[in-house]
Structure formats: structure tokens, C-alpha cells
Design a protein around this ligand. Structure first.
Ligand code: PMP
Length: 338
């Protein structure tokens, strides 16, 4: 790495990670619960994926796999793309993003605002899988193309092992606690695998519960079924880095219930989060039902609500009897800084 790039990485690292751990107290079905959640919106481009983009690019520069002329090309459902766009712009690398054309307009415009080129991919062209194939073809044709490959690159997990997971362990230690379980909605699987492996170095019994939408159970079935509203998770396949055999069972939540939960966190606590965060919150309560309400269970609030203003996040839904959110009374938030 030349001196200029080395300096840039040192500065950039100050803008990524080191997020607060929130302890959100609530009453669920009459019982006191605490959900421990990393508030990931507070970084460079506003999501957990800044950690992954930073880590993969720093490793690539270290190995000499990229230089300033390299073009970052990624297939993504949104946050990874936005993170690579911001990190690419910071480092001076061009970025080209292939993404399904049904993702929210805020995501597309955000990427464009960082100067990136967007290639929307329709269902007829293959959606997520089509996007990945297109990036691979481009790499064959142009030697400047660098493929981070978030669905198959182990560095995606390592980024969370080295940062998110380590921070959670340290923040819980400040409370005199160790994680008994981690729950996280699976897009690539990087979050659950990286955090989970790290937390198991502190408590070898720590359970890993990957989460999926009830109405699109890709993890349980191995392929895509149905459609859902939790952008960022459950794409159309089980990613190579997602190791279900290291996990302790899949947790499923309803997507509308997840939206209502995300709305509740925003409206009642001022914690404005995206839909997958609502899903993860519900997932922690379900994990508590499985292993004990008093256990220390952690998750992530992957991004904030701003990317969802054109989606069902802003709709009002009828609250059905089977929804968990109707049985949750939010009490307040305590914060553990890094
Ligand atoms: N939530 C949101 C909002 C996301 O963008 C992502 C990443 N696609 C995830 C959850 C899932 O994270 P991971 O890819 O690490 O499984």
C-alpha cells in the first residue's frame, strides 16, 4: 500500500464501527426482557455494511489485488452497494453496482449520489443471481474490475469477527455479561457467522440463530419461496459463507410484524431503524422463548429508517392477533458506548 492510501485507511477507520450497544428494555407477554442491539446506523454510509466494505478493501489493497485504477463491481441488494460506493469514493475507486430493480428508490439514488454507476437487473434477467453472474462476466472482460464477492468472501465474516463481534463482547463485559445467543437476519450470512464465532470465543455455548422471513423461508428450504418486505435479508439462495451446520436453528418472523416493530422502535423510542432491525428485535424475543427470558441475547439494528420512506415502512397495517408486536411494551433504552 502506498503512503497516500495507508493514510486514507487510517482516517477512514475512524468513521467506521465503534457503534453503541443499546440495551432496549421491554415487557413481552407480561415478562421483562432486554434486547441487546448494536446501533449500526451511526457510521459513514449509515449501515453495518460499512464495516465489510472497509475491511474487504483494506485487505485487497494490502494484498495488492487492487490499486487506485481498480473498479469495484458488486451485486447487492442495497446496503453493501451503498457502503462500497462511499468507501470507493473516499479511496478514489470507481464503483459499479448491479442490483435487482425492485429495491427502494432511496437506495438507488443514494448510490448515484456517491458517483457510482447503477445497473438495475430485472426478474427476467435473473434478479440477484443474474446480478452476480453479470459481475463475473464483467470481471472476465476487464482486468481493472475488482469483485468483493460478499456472498462467498470469508472476509465478510472476518470483518464482523474482528469488529462487530469484538465490540459486542467488550460492551457486554462492561455490563458484566457474556452473550448466550446471537440472532441476525441473513442476507449474506456475514453478520451472524462473524459475530457468532467471535462471541463463542468468550462463551463456547453461545447459540447462533439465523433469522428469515416466515413468508420467504429460503434458509429452511434451501431455495427462494414467496416474497417478503424485509429488504436486505433472504435473497434467493443460501450463500456460501452461511454455515447452517454451525448454527442452532433458524428463527422466522412475519414481515409485516417486523415493519410494525420497526415503526414502534421509531415512534416510541426515537430509535429510527429499518425493517430488518424490527425483524431482529422480534427474533431476540423468540430466542428468549427458546433458551430463557433472562438470557443475554444480542442482535444488530443494521440501518436506519431513511432508506425505507418510499416503502411499506410508511404504511399503517392492521394489527393481527398473531403478531408479536402487539404484546410488546417498550420501556426505554440504555446505551453502552464503545
Ligand atoms: N439487514 C439489512 C438492512 C441489510 O442490508 C443486510 C445486508 N444485506 C442484512 C440485514 C443482512 O446482513 P448479512 O448480509 O451480513 O447477512
Amino acid at each position: 500500500m502506498n503512503e497516500n492510501i495507508t493514510k486514507k485507511f487510517i482516517e477512514l477507520e475512524r468513521l467506521i464501527g465503534k457503534t453503541p450497544l443499546l440495551a432496549i428494555d421491554c415487557i413481552y407477554k407480561g415478562e421483562k426482557r432486554t434486547v441487546y442491539a448494536k446501533y449500526e446506523a451511526m457510521q459513514l454510509s449509515g449501515s453495518i455494511k460499512d464495516r465489510v466494505a472497509f475491511y474487504i478493501m483494506r485487505e485487497a489493497y494490502k494484498k495488492g489485488a487492487v490499486d487506485e485504477n481498480s473498479i469495484i463491481v458488486e451485486a447487492t441488494s442495497g446496503n453493501t452497494g451503498i457502503a462500497f460506493c462511499a468507501v470507493g469514493a473516499y479511496l478514489g475507486n470507481k464503483v459499479q453496482i448491479f442490483m435487482p430493480d425492485w429495491m427502494s428508490i432511496e437506495r438507488v439514488n443514494l448510490m448515484k449520489s456517491y458517483g457510482a454507476e447503477i445497473r438495475p437487473v430485472s426478474r427476467e434477467e435473473g434478479g440477484f443471481l443474474g446480478s452476480i453472474e453479470m459481475t463475473e462476466k464483467l470481471a472476465e472482460q476487464d482486468s481493472r474490475v475488482f469483485l468483493p464477492g460478499q456472498f462467498s468472501n470469508e472476509e465478510n465474516c472476518t470483518a464482523h469477527y474482528e469488529t462487530t463481534g469484538r465490540e459486542i463482547a467488550e460492551q457486554l463485559e462492561k455490563l458484566g455479561k457474556k452473550a448466550d445467543a446471537v440472532v441476525a437476519g441473513v442476507g449474506t450470512g456475514g453478520t451472524i457467522m462473524g459475530i457468532g464465532r467471535r462471541l463463542r470465543t468468550v462463551n463456547s455455548d453461545c447459540r447462533l440463530f439465523p433469522l428469515e422471513p416466515l413468508n420467504s423461508p429460503t434458509l429452511s428450504t434451501g431455495y427462494k419461496v414467496g416474497s417478503h418486505r424485509i429488504q436486505g435479508i433472504s435473497d434467493e439462495f443460501i450463500p456460501a459463507i452461511m454455515k447452517l451446520d454451525e448454527c442452532d436453528g433458524v428463527i422466522s418472523v412475519d414481515d409485516i410484524d417486523s415493519i410494525i416493530m420497526a415503526q414502534k422502535l421509531s415512534r416510541e423510542l426515537g430509535i429510527g431503524v429499518g425493517i430488518s432491525s424490527g425483524a431482529n428485535f422480534l427474533g431476540v424475543l423468540l430466542a428468549g422463548d427458546k433458551i430463557g427470558a433472562d438470557k443475554t441475547i444480542v442482535t444488530v439494528l443494521a440501518d436506519d429508517n431513511k432508506k425505507y420512506l418510499s416503502t411499506d415502512y410508511c404504511s399503517d397495517f392492521e394489527i393481527k392477533d398473531e403478531y408479536m408486536s402487539k404484546d410488546i411494551e417498550l420501556l426505554g433504552v440504555r446505551t453502552v458506548s464503545c
